[in-house]
Design a binder for this molecule. Structure first.
Ligand SMILES: O=c1ccn([C@H]2C[C@H](O)[C@@H](COP(=O)(O)OP(=O)(O)OP(=O)(O)O)O2)c(=O)[nH]1
Length: 161
């Protein structure tokens, strides 16, 4: 039984983050953490600075992968602060990280895609190390006649034929 965040390898991170400075950015990546004893969400920290003008979108390679038991799922939500102040939104509304994603060829690298959906013309500025999304672990259940047996490899529609 385990539930643990890990970093993806430097090579894997470099496939998604193409920059001369990739090694420094990678070394500074922090594993998600809860802010307080009673917090439900593990904050995901920005690996680098980014700015989003109104209606702009960015896909953040978090550098993080998550190992968890088969009956768990990690759900990614916005942090309330950025949502309340700026209408920052996840493009998929909620990110679903499946337990078998960890074993994908991409090491289960978690991507978080967000958009500045402001209706007040606000610019979102997120600094490296700032929490910009949060992940919640949940338990899920199966139907009595469930017989899913396919093996996942990859994300975002990889199991859709
Ligand atoms: O915001 C997200 C959402 C998903 N994923 C990864 C983890 C997840 O296990 C995988 C597949 O996501 P999901 O099941 O939501 O996508 P799908 O479009 O239903 O594809 P699939 O057929 O691969 O299940 O992509 C992310 O990295 N970030």
């Amino acid at each position: 039984m385990s539930t643990l965040f890990h970093k993806v390898s430097l090579n894997q991170f470099a496939l998604a983050y193409k920059d001369n400075n990739v090694e420094n950015i990678y070394n500074d990546i922090k594993l998600p953490q809860r802010a307080t004893k009673g917090s439900a969400g593990y904050d995901f920290f920005a690996p680098f600075d980014f700015t989003l003008k109104p209606n702009e979108t960015i896909t953040i390679p978090t550098g993080i992968r998550c190992e968890m038991d088969e009956n768990r799922v990690l759900m990614i939500f916005p942090r309330s602060g950025l949502g309340f102040k700026y209408r920052m939104q996840l493009n998929n509304t909620v990110g679903i990280i499946d337990s078998d994603y960890f074993y994908s060829d991409n090491e289960g690298h978690i991507f978080i895609k967000i958009t500045n959906n402001t209706n007040e013309d606000k610019v979102i500025e997120v600094k490296k190390g700032q929490g910009f999304a949060q992940g919640l672990f949940m338990q899920y259940f199966l139907t009595d006649d469930d017989d899913a047996s396919a093996i996942r490899n990859g994300g975002f529609g990889s199991t859709t034929k």
